[in-house]
Design a protein around this ligand. Structure first.
Ligand code: GRF
Length: 201
């Protein structure tokens, strides 16, 4: 069974969707460790409720980003983690962390990238007046919400939408997109060619 690590800073609904996909057999993997930079992240408690190992590594207790990232990577590796899924993890990860899991760090973002990277993507989409938005699962590189796209799912933007109502509609698709993307990455043959993820088998 492939061992996943999930990094989160918030409520952890995408972590739950991944855990359910592992439990049901839809995803041939198990979650070996859930980690957060915030001990107060509700997602850590939800992971413990499922019986998962859940740890907090506080970035404020480290002198610099590199030291925090080395500690985080070491903790995940000690749990046997092979793939890292970012699920609402609010720290940018540098090449120091990414080098520990080459082409094995994945993120989910609540917009159709490359549109609206960064914070408050749903509000950005609404302010721009787009008619369609959605979510993107992508491999992580050292840029902000850049990296080869694995799966995207779209939703309509409706006339009366607020950032919250759009976010809720997108979140339902996120819970389908993340397990789908991980299944693809773990079970198909692929390679990265320039910006593109090429699926070859
Ligand atoms: C999601 O909208 C995800 O796309 C973004 O952060 C949010 C995390 O939500 N990166 P949750 O903690 O998984 O519920």
């Amino acid at each position: 069974m492939i061992r996943l690590g999930v990094l989160l800073s918030g409520r952890g609904s995408n972590m739950l969707a991944l855990a359910e996909a592992c439990r049901s057999g839809a995803l041939p993997a198990e979650i070996a460790c859930v980690a957060s930079n915030l001990a107060s992240a509700p997602g850590l408690g939800r992971a413990r409720d499922l019986g998962l190992e859940a740890v907090a590594i506080d970035h404020r207790e480290h002198p610099d980003r590199e030291s925090f990232e080395r500690a985080l990577a070491a903790r995940l590796q000690a749990a046997g983690v092979e793939w890292v899924c970012l699920a609402g993890f609010m720290r940018l990860l540098s090449a120091v962390f990414l080098a520990e899991f080459p082409e094995r760090v994945v993120n989910i973002h609540p917009s159709l990238l490359p549109a609206f990277p960064g914070l408050e993507a749903q509000a950005q989409a609404l302010a721009h007046g787009v008619r369609i938005s959605g979510c993107t699962v992508h491999l992580v590189d050292s840029g902000l919400d850049s990296g080869p796209i694995v799966v995207q799912r779209s939703v309509p933007v409706l006339e009366g939408d607020t950032a919250a109502s759009l976010a809720a509609r997108i979140l339902l698709e996120e819970h389908l997109a993340y397990p789908e993307a991980m299944r693809l990455l773990l079970t198909r043959s692929w390679r990265v060619e320039g910006r593109r993820l090429r699926i070859s088998g």
